[in-house]
Design a protein around this ligand. Structure first.
Ligand code: NDP
Length: 456
């Protein structure tokens, strides 16, 4: 049977774009549809603009508290949110245009409109046009989760809106204790906003190594962020100056803005999955290790499958899909030992198993751990500390996990992830000569096993 395209990709974010370009490079006739902006969450309203705001948030502290100890003095200082916002938006425009150009140069046809599945081999565009394809790839990503039972949820913003504010609020309540809540709490505080964070658990960043959680949690408080634990928002009401939040701990407070960062749901709304019988579980598209759904010609990559929801993972899944289907070279995505970062202040870098998970899986575990003040802050007396931790399997000394909180942790973890991914041992770490003076040299010079005080 003749199809309009060999491949129709729904969603031009990280995963969809990579898959479409690679499939085209293997000779496939490819189309891609995007209903919002080309580049997807990461480029348009996620990782990229967020990281630029993180950079912006660091200047005040550096200038006021660190630079003077190095002999610098500056008079006052003024922050212009609108200028920053517009500069970030311009950079996002530039990157989106590059994505678009790259797709065009690959020979992929772009439909800048919404597309839904109309049948096993059929996609319907918002103008009613129907397009047939031998294969369909769903790469629609995720969308902020907003609890349906939260009264007045419409008065809150999410990470989708935060980049476009006309002005920064004087104060903000951020709900959640995950990646987004933590990152925005630090960065908004750094930009001068009075930040409160409300989290239903006791320590933020559930799922991370406990030392990371503890250090980041304490650092939130040390930076002057009000952390409200064991509580949730129950009701939001509009007020003259912003939003009034009623919380489960009985507090009723007014904030300039309230931001919900309660996780993201796979974006499958009205996607027409039922028209092809594509299976979902807990709201995510079910796929096998080749990203193939239960419908043999329909695949899905990235956050819409809710496996590991990170940009580089979606990109790899997209590439593996293209190689499997269009290059006669099946590649199953390996989701183990994926490094990740939280751009808190200081940031987090982590790869492999947490101490807790390693003990559960392997029993006997050796821990090497250090906390110290980075040299950069020695002159200023700044209290920022670095935490570095190696989780080592006792039986064969394989390093199962590395966890860092400290300046440049995301950069360090990217390199160290190669060693963890390839199963290097503590002795092989130690055989690597240090680079001095750096923070990362600690990772190859940790000599003493850490023994918890209550075990000593
Ligand atoms: P996360 O899943 O990281 O965190 C969600 C938070 O909301 C958790 O603290 C969770 O609590 C809490 N929560 C969930 N539901 C409720 C509820 N009904 N009431 C109260 N609290 C609730 O999601 P984020 O939104 O922070 O980020 C979404 C995803 O985006 C991340 O999983 C990550 O994959 C990606 N991301 C990655 C970044 C990076 O790589 N640096 C940066 C930003 C996002 P609990 O802990 O109890 O479950």
């Amino acid at each position: 049977m003749e199809y309009d395209f060999d491949l129709f990709v729904i969603g031009a974010g990280s995963g969809g774009v990579r898959a479409s370009r690679m499939a085209a490079s293997y000779g496939a006739k490819v189309a891609i549809a995007e209903e919002y902006r080309i580049g997807g969450t990461c480029v348009i309203r996620g990782c990229v603009p967020k990281k630029l705001l993180v950079y912006a948030s660091q200047f005040a502290h550096e200038i006021e508290h660190i630079a003077p100890a190095y002999g610098w003095s500056f008079d006052g200082g003024k922050f212009d949110w609108v200028k920053l916002r517009n500069n970030v938006a311009a950079e996002v425009d530039r990157l989106s245009a590059i994505y678009q150009r790259n797709i065009n140069n690959s020979g992929v046809t772009i439909f800048e409109t919404r597309a839904e599945i109309a049948g096993k081999n059929l996609v319907r565009l918002s103008d009613g046009r129907e397009i047939s394809a031998k294969y369909i790839l769903i790469a629609t990503g995720g969308a902020p989760f907003v609890p349906s039972d939260l009264v007045g949820a419409d008065f809150a913003i999410t990470s989708n809106e935060i980049f476009h504010l006309d002005k920064l609020p004087k104060n903000i309540l951020i709900a959640g204790g995950g990646f987004i809540a933590v990152e925005f709490a630090f960065l908004l505080k750094g930009l001068g906003v009075d930040v409160s964070l409300i989290y239903r658990g006791d320590t933020v960043l559930r799922g991370f190594d406990d030392d990371i959680r503890l250090d980041v949690h304490n650092e939130l408080k040390r930076k002057g962020i009000r952390v409200i634990t064991h509580a949730t928002i129950q009701k939001l009401e509009k007020s003259d100056n912003g939003v009034i939040a009623t919380c489960s701990n009985g507090e009723i407070c007014e904030f300039g803005q309230v931001m919900l960062a309660l996780g993201r749901d796979p974006y499958i709304n009205c996607l027409g999955l039922e028209n092809a019988g594509v299976e979902t579980k807990n709201g995510a598209i079910v796929v096998n290790t080749y990203s193939q759904t239960n419908v043999e010609n329909i695949y899905a990559v990235g956050d819409v499958t809710n496996r590991v929801n990170l940009t580089p993972v979606a990109i790899r899944e997209g590439a593996a899909f293209a190689s499997t289907v269009f290059n006669n070279n099946p590649i199953a995505m390996d989701h183990t030992n994926i490094a990740s970062a939280v751009f808190s202040d200081p940031p987090v870098g982590t790869v492999g198993l947490s101490e807790h998970d390693a003990r559960e899986k392997f029993g006997q575990i050796d821990i090497y751990k250090t906390r110290f003040r980075p040299m950069r802050y020695a002159l200023s007396g700044d209290e920022t500390r670095v935490m570095m931790k190696l989780v080592v399997r006792a039986s064969d000394q394989v390093v199962l996990g590395v966890h860092i909180v400290g300046p440049d942790a995301p950069e360090i973890i990217q390199a160290i992830a190669i060693a963890v991914k390839h199963g290097l041992t503590k002795q092989e770490f130690d055989a690597t000569c240090a680079v001095h003076p750096t923070m990362a040299e600690e990772l190859v010079t940790l000599k003493e096993k850490y023994v918890a005080k209550d075990l000593k």
